[in-house]
Design a protein around this ligand. Sequence first.
Ligand code: NAG
Ligand code: NAG
Ligand code: NAG
Ligand code: NAG
Ligand code: NAG
Ligand code: NAG
Ligand code: NAG
Length: 766
Amino acid sequence: MKFANQMSFFKFLVYVILILNCHVEARSNVHIVYMGERQHDDPNLTTDSHHDMLATVVGSKEMASDLMVYSYRHGFSGFAAKLTESQAQQIAELPGVVQVIPNSLHKLQTTRTWDFLGLSSHPTNNVLHKSKMGDGVIIGVLDSGIWPESKSFNEEGLGPVPSRWNGVCKSGDKFNATAHCNRKVIGARWYIDGFLAEYGKPFNTSEDEEYLSARDANGHGSHTASTISGSVVGNVSDRGLAPGTARGGAPHARLAIYKVCWSIFGGQCAGADILKAFDDAIHDGVDVLSLSIGSSIPLFSDVDQRDGIATGSFHAVARGIVVVCAASNDGPSAYSIQNTAPWILTVAASTIDRAFPTPITLGNNETLLGQAVFSGKEIGFTGLVYPEATGLDPNAAGMCHDLSLNNTNAAGKVVLCFNSLPQRAATIPALQVVRAAGGVGLIVAKNPVDILSPCGGDFPCIEVDYEIGTRILFYFRSTRSPLVKLSPSRTFVGKAVSPKVAYFSARGPNSIAPAILKPDITAPGVHILAASNDPSIDGGYVMRSGTSMSTPHISGIVALLKALHPNWSPAAVKSALITTAWQTAPSGLPLFAEGTPQKLANPFDFGGGFVNPNGAADPGLVYDMGTTDYIHYLCSMAYDNSAISHLTGHSIVCPSRKPSILDINLPSITIPSLRNSITVTRTVTNVGASTSSYKAVIEVPSGTNVSVKPDVLAFNFAVKKISFTVTISTTQKVNTGFYFGSLTWTNGVHAVRIPLSVRTEQSFAV
Ligand SMILES: *[C@@H]1O[C@H](CO)[C@@H](O)[C@H](O)[C@H]1NC(C)=O
Ligand SMILES: *[C@@H]1O[C@H](CO)[C@@H](O)[C@H](O)[C@H]1NC(C)=O
Ligand SMILES: *[C@@H]1O[C@H](CO)[C@@H](O)[C@H](O)[C@H]1NC(C)=O
Ligand SMILES: *[C@@H]1O[C@H](CO)[C@@H](O)[C@H](O)[C@H]1NC(C)=O
Ligand SMILES: *[C@@H]1O[C@H](CO)[C@@H](O)[C@H](O)[C@H]1NC(C)=O
Ligand SMILES: *[C@@H]1O[C@H](CO)[C@@H](O)[C@H](O)[C@H]1NC(C)=O
Ligand SMILES: *[C@@H]1O[C@H](CO)[C@@H](O)[C@H](O)[C@H]1NC(C)=O
């Protein structure tokens, strides 16, 4: 059996370990006992009630104290405890218990970007300056902690800690609260009990290279936190590439660190720990929560606590906290998107206008350009090797994923191989074979050229497209002693390089509710330079790629928006970002999405489009929502009344005829199954000048007719909100996939655009 890619290899390992753990006798596992909205204002009473409840099942208060892992008591009520299956079943029967579920594991999703997004330090008329760089806003980061000594976390130029801050900075392993928390990092906590319960043995911190504190052993959390709100640090680069000044999106915002991910198998985070971090963050007073964390497909429902993120974020959003989550890196296939609840802001990843062209010079002096992040020394002219097929064994040919150099002398030479698999990880085994054989470089021909190359650093591993790969192969076959020279990558920026939705970025439709458009937005997430956890290597800054890196870009921008508009709801913030997003590159060309084949980007690749922070600061109109709208959604999904009631903290009885999911007031209209004609309703709220008149401009999806009523909206001092209907009809009788268009309200100053996505219902009529 072959692993499709490195990620699933790791997933496989995790499952193996979990399965082994589960089969050790009738052991106790951590279960989350979820009880919905809290019933007492005094958190101590809530915790006491949890201990009492547990004691009734396990026999005594002492036993209950030993088995209790967490008591959730701020944002919602519930607890995590070590329980056998039969104890879990008994508790599930008790009144007030919504659900008892086993703990689950999540994984980490593994600077020029701010200038590219129009947030330069100069000139000073942009939202970065208008928002005082996010001063006073508090962003909670659920990740792998931070490396506190990184220059990105210095407090230079920051005022006092906001007085409403109610959180704590906890000392621990190599983390000294007095020395390491400051006016930038105002809180630090860590959560490991849920993880250890899955890991099944105590941490050996020397062997596992971890710290029992908020200190980051992985590097992921330092990278994301410094991208959100790192202080300005001049003269940084990744071994000379991407040189410049590093800073976060909101350099004067404050960070509250919630370490929930631990450095085993590349970063694992337990659902019980994530829920507790949400609970504490709500109590501590954060304004924004940033989670570069995902689980895997198939997804849990929005009311299932196994996810931890969907339910934790519901409680946070109900209290006005904006929750920003990664779309995950399982792209480019359809339905790969995660973190899909409508109250979450879900972020895809794109490249930016930067490339790292890497010259390959053949012995005939022809120079071709590949893509790499190669910062080592030039490899002067040396032999070029291509393992031609021998005999009848096609595997002996130069396919990267089957590369064998048994009959080839590759020592000191550069190897060419072809990768027919779309996955980037096919390059990894080839790289191992070439290095083991003493090779000095690797050229990988593939389609598309994936700039999220697994190789990088000092060993040249250069990707080229099939056309260039074939030219190199023809040269190889044309001469008896083929030679090649490899030069270090250069940094290239500017209009000529168009941003694209990255290959790995997960795509819609949303597999839970295809009528809820996901992702919401895209932001830069490829080759992002930010702080690492090891200042001794290359000055403490590295490039990483992933939706993990685009998510903190949006979190930083949200902090700027919250500083400018403290009263905007999470839905208003999300609407402002979606309706103002760019549809084209700075060159004016349309945005593309990487994949096989590459295509024009559509809403399932990038939601509203590419984030435009200055536009989002002044959107004109917003599609607002509150808890009532989310309940409408939960009812339209036909979730159980009691599950919904527990989530919201008061009794909800959904109407017997369930409401239409198409009428949820999202800044998008997605109709997964259109038969004849349908009418949907939306309401917009004016957040611009009081007196203003907007006209509808429709870009009609092919094969449909769209009409809007009324098609002029007149706002004044008395009229702040107006509802309208959109009727979409089709005459097509066959399902040919989704077609896309848009509805834009314009008043000459603002263009408030939402995407329309329509698929005709499959007709079975004979
Ligand atoms: C809750 O208990 C803690 C520790 O026992 C105590 O310090 C705190 O004052 C109590 N809070 C309330 C509101 O009683
Ligand atoms: C923590 O840092 C403070 C301030 O630098 C220092 O005075 C204190 O001794 C440190 N504590 C420990 C346990 O290292
Ligand atoms: C932890 O790991 C180190 C290094 O492998 C080993 O020497 C030590 O005995 C281990 N400690 C425990 C408690 O297992
Ligand atoms: C930037 O860093 C490089 C290498 O670390 C050093 O040679 C150079 O002098 C620095 N430049 C400035 C302006 O500090
Ligand atoms: C390649 O260029 C070098 C230096 O310009 C020259 O000496 C050499 O003859 C050229 N080789 C070929 C094959 O043209
Ligand atoms: C290449 O050599 C290794 C080690 O001797 C062997 O395990 C492997 O099967 C060989 N591969 C092929 C394709 O002959
Ligand atoms: C759209 O409307 C026009 C006239 O109102 C009609 O002729 C046409 O067939 C309609 N097209 C579709 C795809 O429904």
